[in-house]
Design a protein around this ligand. Structure first.
Ligand code: ADP
Length: 217
């Protein structure tokens, strides 16, 4: 199973990414975590990207693309080539480049999972997380910038995946377990089709009104 997570900051990419990874026994590749690890270890790469992270800006495309190519190769050698990629692509250039990397390694994504949530809820969650984790980019001003950047350059990618037929959209403003159940049910339902139905013959799946349809009880 090969999954891309496309979601605004605070939507739960990290939490749901880890659950998907455990469920399918595949690596969880989180670009933000990899970058923060470089910063913490004060590597050359870490020193070069720290300011971008602190300001809530994107680090240069080439840096993350190289990191992800290495992680894909590692997954292919040790895990059969599955992955949950969390934090990339974040703009159209990355989306296209990632597709090329995927093609060259025969590891293009099976599913682009979009976690949907409104800015008010996202800000509330990020500020709550700030109180616990103290991440340098979880301040009110930087959160506003990260959300604006998401709307401007990341969200438009969602339509591209819808056109390719690999989009699954889920309402992320529900309890963690409910979001997880909807994601895993959708992915399990798709699993038998993945190797048999070509991308262009598939349709996007929109589960964003499931919560309302079945009530929140
Ligand atoms: P969030 O989605 O909550 O902002 P992440 O941990 O995914 O958190 O990312 C944190 C920061 O890492 C981003 O604000 C950005 O500076 C950097 N980053 C992560 N992934 C990418 C990427 N694919 N391209 C550019 N910058 C990235």
């Amino acid at each position: 199973m090969r999954v891309l997570l496309v979601a605004p900051p605070g939507a739960g990419k990290g939490t749901q990414g880890a659950l998907i990874a455990t469920h399918f026994g595949i690596p969880h590749i989180a670009t933000g975590d990899l970058l923060r690890d470089h910063v913490a270890r004060r590597t050359e790469l870490g020193q070069a990207v720290q300011e971008h992270l602190d300001r809530g800006e994107l680090v240069p495309d080439a840096v993350v693309l190289d990191m992800v190519r290495d992680a894909f190769i590692e997954s292919r050698t040790s895990n059969g080539g599955g992955y949950v990629l969390d934090g990339m692509p974040r703009n159209m250039t990355q989306a296209r480049a990632l597709y090329e990397i995927g093609r060259s390694l025969e590891m293009t994504a099976d599913v682009a999972l979009h976690l949907k949530a409104d800015d008010e809820e996202l800000t509330r969650r990020l500020l709550a997380r700030a109180a616990l984790e103290g991440r340098s980019d979880d301040t009110e001003e930087v959160i506003r910038r990260r959300l604006a950047l998401y709307h401007e350059v990341t969200h438009p990618i969602v339509d591209w995946y819808a056109e390719r037929g690999i989009l699954v959209s889920v309402d992320a403003v529900q309890p963690v377990q409910r979001v997880a159940r909807q994601i895993l049910t959708a992915l399990e339902a798709m699993r038998p089709l993945i190797d048999h139905v070509p991308e262009h013959a598939r349709r996007p799946i929109d589960l964003t009104s499931l919560g309302t349809a079945f009530g929140h009880a």
